[in-house]
Write a protein that binds this ligand. Structure first.
Ligand code: PLP
Length: 363
């Protein structure tokens, strides 16, 4: 297995690098060996797909026995959707899928300190898994991040750096700090995506070894969307499903560069002023993997959609009143579901990406 850059260069996975020499994104050319039969009797965690996770030695696994979250039917605007309860992860978001694999790789490489930047949840996940592994970490977040997330990151013992300005200013600050350290970026590091892909494996198993028709995913940097595509792609290559589900990326109207690329057929990011959104987890003006995300969505016959602040707020309130406590970022996909009723025989999955306690006191 190697790391392969988007412009075709190859690097060994023992490199501490997070991008190619010329600055291109990296992916892994990993081929899992997993059969449906081998799964029976295994622990109900994301690590049950062990052969599909590119960590060589079991001794390096950093885990809280997370994953295999429930997939529960819920009626939204007259249609039944399946809610994948990823807000029930140890740190309260699906980012734990990626952090478990990424920090396992950091441990395998013998890294003793990592740097990460995030709008909050990825930082909390990396901080928790570093604490579990005994690895030091510096987490960079925008100053405006929800107080509960800041508190959570600091509680894990991470060095918390609050950066004034935009999410991009935070990324720049982390990049400077990453010189000479391991940049545990959930956006750049390809190992993260081989954790988030376990979402696809779980849904496949929970649907009786089949793929859903569609998945509605709140999307900023695309870490769940790309992971889902890798996972379903591997299942398809192994002959375990017969098609990849249509991936619907949901963005906030106030910050929707991917939607604009998709709608205007651009192959680069648009230049546009963004305004704040209550969906802070997807408020990403310059997603590094933008082209990859849009290409994936096209290839699955999917779509990018936007939702307004009013719709997000309304979806958030309606979910709360039905007993689902999720953060507003996660409610963006519910808002999209309100606009997308579907026929009874169609299977549509929505991940609940973050727990409501994450944004308590901010919304
Ligand atoms: C990170 C996150 C997302 C979206 O992830 P991207 O990688 O930016 O696409 C959605 N919801 C929540 C709660 C998140 O923390």
């Amino acid at each position: 297995m190697n790391m392969v850059s988007h412009n075709g260069e190859t690097y060994p996975t023992s490199d501490l690098r997070w991008r190619s020499d010329s600055g291109a994104l990296l992916d892994l050319d990993f081929q899992p060996r997993l059969t449906a039969d081998s799964l029976s009797g295994r622990n109900r965690t994301m690590w049950r797909y062990r052969e599909a996770i590119p960590i060589e030695n079991d001794a390096d696994i950093v885990s809280f026995d997370e994953g295999f979250t429930p997939l529960t039917p819920h009626v939204i605007a007259g249609s039944t959707f399946l809610l994948k309860q990823d807000h029930l992860f140890p740190t309260g978001s699906y980012k734990d899928r990626g952090a478990s694999v990424l920090i396992s790789q950091a441990k395998a490489l013998g890294v003793d300190r990592v740097v990460e930047d995030s709008s909050g949840n990825a930082g909390a996940a990396v901080a928790a898994y570093c604490a579990r592994a005994g690895i030091q970490c510096d987490i960079y977040v925008p100053d405006s991040t929800s107080p509960a997330k800041l508190e959570q990151i600091a509680s894990y013992g991470a060095e918390l750096h609050r950066i004034p300005g935009s999410r991009e200013d935070t990324a720049d600050a982390a990049l400077n700090a990453a010189e000479g350290h391991f940049y545990a970026s959930h956006v750049w590091n390809p190992y993260f995506f081989h954790g988030t892909k376990t979402f696809a494996y779980e849904v496949w198993e929970q649907l009786g070894h089949s793929a859903p028709d569609e998945i509605l995913i709140p999307t900023g940097n695309g870490t769940l969307l790309i992971g889902a595509h890798i996972g379903f792609g591997e299942l398809l290559a192994a002959g375990l499903i017969d098609r990849i589900p249509g991936l619907i990326g949901v963005q906030a109207e106030n910050c929707c560069p991917l939607f604009q690329m998709w709608e205007q057929n651009l192959d680069h990011l648009p230049i546009r002023e963004n305004t704040p959104t209550t969906a802070e987890g997807i408020a990403i003006a310059t997603p590094a993997r933008a082209k990859q995300i849009v290409d994936i969505i096209r290839s699955t016959g999917g779509q990018l959609v936007t939702v307004s602040e009013t719709e997000i707020r309304s979806a958030y309130d309606i979910m709360n009143r039905s007993g689902w406590f999720i953060e507003p970022t996660s409610a963006s996909a519910i808002a999209a579901a309100h606009r997308r009723p579907h026929a009874e025989d169609k299977t549509v999955v929505i991940p609940l990406t973050g727990h409501g306690l994450k944004s308590a006191g901010k919304i």
